[in-house]
Design a protein around this ligand. Structure first.
Ligand code: IPM
Ligand code: MG
Length: 359
């Protein structure tokens, strides 16, 4: 019997639905080619759903998601609603609710033209960022005192736990090993100013000793930003706390061709995990067929790899790489001149060609 995978799809807001639909079509095609079935379940959560029902993300939905094999998310966020309300309820709700402690963000340049840095080619930019995804200032430990008065105090705690830090470092060490490239893991932190980050320094040292084949490197977050622009080739695998990782990976997205191209996986190894492009809902571009679906298609590629469909994942990634390397698509921005649907079709044409005559 053919394998079946249950995939929850949350297209979300803004450009989310249009890019997600290209990713879903691409997943269907890979299923046909590789001989597995995908049962998609759509969830409507996002701004329109909230406006109609006053529901952001019910606990029952989280329970349903636990029964899936993977989740594909489009984008969440809408200017009609209070800043961060839906993002915290839905994105953080799923990351925390399912304990998806790894936010895996590949930074890979497919064609030199895509890179805003002078003289950098695909051989210079190929790294993996492992962003911790369940702690830090995102943990929600904070609040206000005397809110709205001149004496107001606002606090948000930067929480790190030994277990939380250790498990993500271990994941990153395993990844540096399985990538088999430079076999180097760089810890990015701010331990010189944030004393509590000494916990990262010690855990990195102690767990790292169990991996004598992986070279340990270190950079403060400010310097890491500088190196990522100056010498991106010096990075192989990076492990970083939640908020610094959030910031560093937008910079990473920029050097690989922009927000339109970058993808991520919110992962708890062995459990249902969630895949999403790293861009937001970009309301001003919604419904115009101008947003790049490549980030979402590459999120689908990561989803396939996670499900163990490595050959299908490689078909997607190689086709996207060819699309850019051949010059058929010159940008992942909204100015590419190729529509959202047309980009999706181009990727699927290349997938079909590769699947009949493997290169
Ligand atoms: C990301 C986003 C989210 C984050 C926002 C939307 C809450 O920027 O996935 O990088 O900060 O994690
Ligand atoms: Mg971000």
């Amino acid at each position: 019997m053919a394998k079946r995978y249950r995939v929850a799809v949350l297209p979300g807001d803004g450009i989310g639905p249009e890019v997600t639909s290209e990713a879903v079509e691409t997943l269907r095609l890979i299923g046909e080619i590789r001989g597995f079935a995908l049962d998609f379940t759509n969830y409507p959560f996002g701004a329109d759903h909230y406006m109609k029902t006053k529901e952001t993300f019910p606990a029952s939905a989280l329970e349903e998601l636990r029964g899936q094999d993977a989740i594909l998310l489009g984008a969440i966020g809408d200017p009609r609603l209070p800043v961060g309300m839906l993002e915290r309820a839905i994105i953080s709700g799923i990351r925390f609710g399912l304990d998806l402690y790894v936010n895996l963000r590949p930074i890979k340049l497919f064609a030199a033209d895509l890179c805003p840095l002078k003289g950098k080619t695909p051989e210079h930019i190929d790294m993996m960022v492992v962003r911790e995804n369940t702690e830090d200032v995102y943990a929600g430990i904070g609040g206000f005192l005397k809110k709205g008065t001149p004496d107001e105090v606002a606090v948000q705690e930067m929480i790190f736990t030994r277990k939380g830090v250790e498990r993500v470092i271990r994941y990153a060490l395993e990844l540096a090993r399985s990538r088999g490239k430079a076999r180097k893991l760089t810890l990015v932190d701010k331990a010189n100013a944030v004393g509590a980050m000494d916990l990262w320094t010690r855990a990195f040292e102690e767990v790292g000793r169990e991996y004598p084949d992986i070279a340990r490197d270190h950079a403060y977050i400010d310097a890491a930003c500088m190196w990522m622009v100056k010498n991106p080739e010096s990075f192989d695998t990076i492990v970083v706390s939640n908020m610094f990782g959030d910031i560093l990976t937008d910079l990473g997205a920029a050097i690989q061709g922009g927000m339109g191209i970058a993808a991520s996986g919110n992962i708890h190894p062995g459990r249902v995990s969630m895949f999403e492009p790293i861009h937001g809902s970009a309301p001003k571009h919604a419904g115009k067929n101008v947003a790049s679906p490549i980030g979402s298609i590459l999120a689908a590629q990561m989803l396939l790899a996670y499900l163990g469909e490595g050959d299908g994942a490689a078909l997607v990634e190689d086709s996207v790489a060819e699309l850019f390397a051949s010059g058929k698509l010159r940008s992942a921005g909204t100015d590419s001149g190729v529509g959202t649907r047309e980009q999706g079709e181009l990727v699927r044409d290349l997938i079909r060609q590769r699947s009949v005559s493997p290169k």
